[in-house]
Design a protein around this ligand. Structure first.
Ligand code: CJB
Length: 800
């Protein structure tokens, strides 16, 4: 493998010619990207091998992080920088007359997720490897990612397939030797042996071959390289039974065809259940296989393996591991259950009722007959046990058992089968304990703990914002790059006017980059000296993009009415995808685009008020959007956003949070104080009371601003159609405003005024931004991973 620039150039040249059979100059940028990616992967392969060997020889515990999503973002720059070979490679390419940026731009974001949950998993992979923890990912190799989003001339979202692997994926290695046979459908034949022990045989099953593709997860400046294993469904070498052959092929193909596009809602579709069992069964099988290579039995599985369930999507791990232990390795129920509980833990990511997974037992009985039997037995044993624990509350059992009215409640199963359960921010964990899982806390008082989310400071500061990285290095040295505690070293410098000025300069450079990006993407010209206020996240009613655009409409109406009223120049940026079936969310996207079209073309206001919707929000876009923003909009209804992680990325890049007391905003607020963020709106406690007497119509009647804004939704003001936005109007008025948009409107307008006032004092503003950066070390996912390792996984670091 190359050791310096000269060797890199020679090897790159040789590999290109050998792979494509033409002169280097004749190869395409995509071919150069694939060759470079393969070289980087191979460069990491020795470390990869060493990580596996050392894990085995140190007999180290390892973690398997089961997640339906890993929203990785582009890997090339991150891998080169983590390996410490970025300079060799970029300079070498330059000497060969090749643009690194052009090559890097060939890479599509891997389409392996929706939003926050998947991005968290990706941050964890980066932090775990960088901190020398052996944490392996387990997921599905989706051929199509979440859709690519376009906005048509009417301002509507249009979805296009995201065939992210079309040019190839240089990071993955197919491991056919580790393929697993996954069985669906069929019947279970029960027999008894001479000792009276039961045996279960799965007959007439439909077989699917799960083939793993491994991707290296490369740590920063360490030799640890972990594995993300992506399972791909292929037809098995077994004749399909009693089923049409072509139907069988297309059924198999469907399993890995695409990511489910629902974020924080649950559709309960059969295919989703199939996906869930598919990667669970394959993943459990490969854990057992690996364990038995180094240990005589599965008795000590819980000592050597931790399985983390990222939300309930992989919760079938619990009955599947029971099945393997009992049916394949002869364990009795109690011992198997003990091993399962020692091994498994579960993270909850939402309290929204519509996002909590529930499956009709009929689906499970049909698709996974043996798993259904095991779940019924778990339920039966749980009821018997729980009944004894709380005889004073006979209903407790029926409120907490996994099987209720023929429906499997996945969270209930996860709670019973795990030794630890965690929420993802302080306030979220309190809601779990006091509300959603209140009953379970009676039965298992120490089960639920908090693990506030984090983001990797490498991708989300060092690599995406090299200008800020340099400022920090120049001001406080480089210790913060390896140890998040040292972010706080910056606190000593926040009052230094020269550091404040330097920060404002960095921000200005990043805003100009963002403005160029916005222009290239949308054709819109934004003013890089205006205040850039960004809301970037999935479009969901509870996240309240609607509140944001209503405030913009209010400002516009006020300026139109009163020529003496002018705001300081403001740019409002929105970026959000709506699930394809989520009509309300799509309507909000259309509203934002219609408002933008009108306002941006109005000569009265366009110099001070601009609104841009950036299509196709993704990790790569965030890497430019986050460093270039001044204000971070985190305005969900209190109690609804479990944590949020975008809020942490903006903070780390010196944006000020404009937010409600929800999710991790609460912790941001307590770290930076009210001088350094702007908090508004009803609290969870206030909403808990308000909900009983809330009347949205009163707000409409009594607040002229709300009245005027809402009337534009039903009088054709934006695009000539009076019915276009009636659905939004009806949600607020007829359906009584589920997410308290009108209740928080006045406070939000005031919060916007407050943040504009603060922005005008440039040095005080810069000071606040610096305080935010200094305090953001807490939100490094290196800290989060340390806490999981210590409190949940009992995991030691790998020693090289
Ligand atoms: N989350 O992205 C998802 N998808 C879900 O189905 C449920 C929750 C998000 O997870 C993030 C990571 O924990 C949280 O920060 C975010 O609040 C939550 O909505």
């Amino acid at each position: 493998m190359f050791r310096n620039k000269r060797e890199f150039k020679a090897e790159f040249h040789r590999r290109l010619v050998e792979a494509y059979g033409c002169e280097m100059e004749q190869t395409s940028p995509a071919e150069k990207y694939l060759t470079l990616g393969t070289m980087v992967r191979d460069y990491a392969s020795n470390y990869w091998k060493d990580t596996k060997n050392e894990t085995a020889s140190q007999d180290l515990k390892q973690v398997y992080y089961f997640s339906m999503e890993f929203l990785l973002g582009r890997m090339l720059t991150s891998n080169l920088k983590n390996l410490g070979i970025y300079d060799i490679v970029t300079e070498g390419l330059q000497e060969l007359g090749i643009s690194y940026q052009e090559i890097a731009d060939q890479e599509n974001d891997p389409g392996l997720g929706n939003g926050g949950l998947g991005r968290l998993a990706a941050c964890f992979m980066d932090s775990a490897a960088s901190e020398n923890y052996v944490v392996n990912g387990n997921c599905i190799r989706y051929r199509a990612g979440l859709f690519r989003q376009f906005i048509n001339k009417y301002g509507e979202q249009v979805e296009m397939p995201d065939m992210w692997m079309r040019i190839g994926n240089p990071w993955e290695i197919r491991k056919l030797k580790h393929a697993v046979d996954v069985k669906f459908y069929g019947q279970i034949e029960v027999s008894y042996d001479e000792n009276g022990d039961m045996h279960f045989r799965h007959r007439h099953a439909s077989h699917v071959l799960a083939v793993p593709y491994d991707m290296p997860m490369i740590g920063a400046h360490t030799k640890t390289v972990n594995t993300l294993r992506l399972w791909s469904a292929e037809p098995a070498d077994v004749a399909p039974r009693d089923r049409d052959y072509r139907q069988y092929l297309s059924d198999v193909e469907a399993i890995c065809l695409n990511v489910y596009p629902d974020d924080s809602t649950e559709e309960g579709k059969y295919l989703r259940l199939k996906q869930e069992y598919f990667f669970v069964c394959a993943g459990v099988h490969s854990i057992v296989e690996t364990h038995l290579k180094n240990h005589p039995s599965l008795d000590n599985l819980g000592e050597k393996v931790a399985i983390q369930l990222n939300d309930t999507h992989p919760v079938l791990v619990i009955p599947e591991l029971m099945r393997v232990l009992m049916d394949e390795y002869g364990y009795a129920w109690d011992k198997a259950w003990q091993i399962v509980k020692e091994t498994v833990s579960y993270t909850n990511h939402t309290v929204m009722a519509e996002a909590l997974e529930k499956w009709p037992m009929q689906y499970i009985e049909n698709l996974l007959p043996r798993i259904a039997m095991i779940i019924s037995e778990i339920d039966r044993r749980y009821c018997a046990w729980a009944w004894q624990q709380c005889p004073d509350d006979p209903d407790l059992v029926s409120r907490t058992r996994p099987l209720r009215d023929g429906t499997l409640h996945m969270a209930a199963l996860a709670l019973i089968g795990s030794h630890a359960v965690n929420g993802v921010a302080g306030i979220h964990t309190e809601i779990l304990k006091n509300d959603l899982f209140r009953d379970q806390v009676r039965l298992y008082p120490h089960l639920i703990q908090n693990k506030t989310n984090g983001v990797t400071p490498r991708r989300w500061l060092m690599y995406c914002n090299p200008e800020l990285r340099k400022l920090l290095d120049d001001t406080i040295g480089t210790a913060w790059e390896k140890d998040y505690h040292h972010f706080e070293d910056l606190l000593k410098h926040v009052d230094d006017p020269s550091v404040q000025e330097a920060f404002l300069d960095v921000k200005q450079v990043r805003k100009e980059k963002l403005a160029a990006y916005v222009r290239d993407l949308t054709g819109e010209i934004i003013d890089p000296s205006s205040m850039i206020d960004t809301q970037a996240k999935r479009l969901h009613a509870y996240k309240r993009q609607l509140l944001n655009i209503m405030q913009v409409i209010y400002l516009y109406q006020r300026m139109k009415r009163d020529p003496s009223f002018r705001i300081a120049p403001h740019t409002y940026l929105f970026a959000a995808k709506a699930a394809s079936s989520y009509t309300f969310a799509k309507s909000v996207i259309k509203l934002i685009n219609c408002v933008a079209a009108k306002i941006n073309n109005d000569p009265d206001t366009r110099d001070v008020l601009k609104v841009v919707f950036l299509p196709n929000y993704c990790v790569t876009m965030a890497e430019t959007l986050v460093p270039g923003s001044d204000v971070s909009e985190q305005i969900s209804t209190a109690g609804k956003e479990a944590s949020g992680t975008g809020n942490m990325k903006f903070m780390m890049n010196g944006a000020i949070t404009l937010g409600t007391l929800d999710g991790a905003n609460v912790e941001i607020d307590s770290l930076v104080g009210r001088d350094n963020d702007v908090i508004f709106g009803h609290t969870v406690e206030e909403l808990n009371t308000l909900q009983y007497h809330y009347n949205a119509y009163d707000y409409y009647q009594q607040d002229g601003r709300i009245h005027d804004v809402l009337d534009t939704l039903i009088n054709g003001f934006w695009n000539g159609s009076a019915d276009e936005f009636r659905m939004i109007y009806d949600e607020l008025i007829t359906r009584n405003d589920t997410y308290f948009v009108l209740a928080d409107f006045d406070a939000y307008v005031k919060a916007q005024e407050e943040i504009a006032r603060r922005y005008a004092s440039r040095n005080t503003w810069a000071r606040s931004c610096l305080v935010n950066i200094a305090r953001s070390g807490y939100f490094s996912s290196d800290r989060t991973i340390e806490e999981y390792a210590h409190d949940i996984w009992d995991l030691q670091k790998l020693h090289f």
